[in-house]
Write a protein that binds this ligand. Structure first.
Ligand code: PXL
Length: 285
């Protein structure tokens, strides 16, 4: 623990300068949850890769270990390590080493294996990274993929809609067989007009689901928003099922607001104005 009742997360994601995803979402959300967020940027992009052409990409793979090594000389420790978008398979290897070197029995490791959506890998993500991401998940306490990412890592069929509990439960169990205690699947929908998340606790052998009203359309960065809000809630001491409810509600509320504004969805969701509701749900205000 980093001081009395204060927690520190190390967030390892890219900085997409425009587009509200990865670190530009994780930082404000975790800060709102009262958590100090130290960052290791994996890459700097002018925008995220989903929907903008001509984006720049500065690979920071060679900076990750030196940053970590400097922190070691300062005796920096963390309550949680949170990984998201990684720019190359080599980064996944380095981050795995870093987690193994830093983790102790009190470190909560959350891996969001950001790689794709709607049945497809994001631009620049390849099979090698899928393989390495799977290895990274072994070291996690919790993994938070969407159905696309889970199906790619597990070699399961991607079913976009019309699936049942059997499909989701099998996926959740197989995700935990990779190593983590908890698996949380985002973007799950068993009926039209409802969406949410499903989770599995492999220690208790228990499943839970939480759904809310779905807003039409595809909104960028919502997976990052959900995972960040989930981690903020877990580290605030909420139970896993309460944390999932808080994160689903906050994400859905941000999407609804964005929809009501008619915003260009490539620029992410208007999560900022919904932060007070998230903080209230956490009991911070
Ligand atoms: O929101 C996921 C994400 C994160 N980082 C980058 C991305 C994406 C999705 O497209 O391109 C760079």
């Amino acid at each position: 623990m980093n001081g009395k009742n204060k927690k520190r997360v190390i967030a390892i994601h890219d900085i997409s300068c425009i587009g509200r995803c990865s670190l530009t979402v994780a930082l404000p959300v975790l800060s709102a949850a009262g958590i100090e967020t130290s960052v290791i940027p994996t890459a700097v992009l002018s925008t995220h890769t989903g929907g903008f052409s001509g984006f720049t990409f500065r690979d920071l793979t060679d900076d990750i270990e030196p940053i970590f090594n400097h922190w070691k000389t300062l005796g920096i420790c963390a309550d949680s390590i949170y990984t998201g978008y990684l720019g190359s398979y080599r980064q996944a290897e380095i981050v795995e080493k870093l987690i193994c070197g830093m983790k102790n029995e009190n470190t909560f490791v959350l891996v969001d294996p950001v790689m794709g959506d709607a049945g497809r890998l994001y631009t620049g993500i390849d099979e090698k990274l899928v393989f390495e991401m799977k290895k990274l998940c072994k070291n996690a306490d919790m993994v938070v993929p969407n159905i696309t990412e889970a199906s790619m890592m597990l070699g399961m069929e991607y079913i976009p809609e019309g699936y049942g509990e059997d499909y989701i439960n099998e996926m959740l169990k197989k995700l935990c067989e990779m190593g983590p205690r908890y698996a949380v699947l985002s973007g799950v929908s068993f009926e039209k007009g409802k969406t949410g998340a499903a989770s599995y606790d492999s220690l208790d052998d228990s499943f839970s689901y939480y759904f809310t009203e779905q807003t039409e359309g595809f909104y960028h960065g919502t997976g990052d928003l959900f995972a960040s809000a989930l981690l903020g809630a877990v580290l605030s001491g909420k139970s896993i099922s309460d944390s999932i409810k808080i994160a689903v509600d906050y994400t859905a509320q941000s999407i609804r607001l964005t929809h009501s504004f008619g915003s260009d969805t490539r620029y992410g969701v208007d999560f900022e104005l919904c932060l007070p509701g998230y903080m209230k749900a956490l009991g911070k205000i």
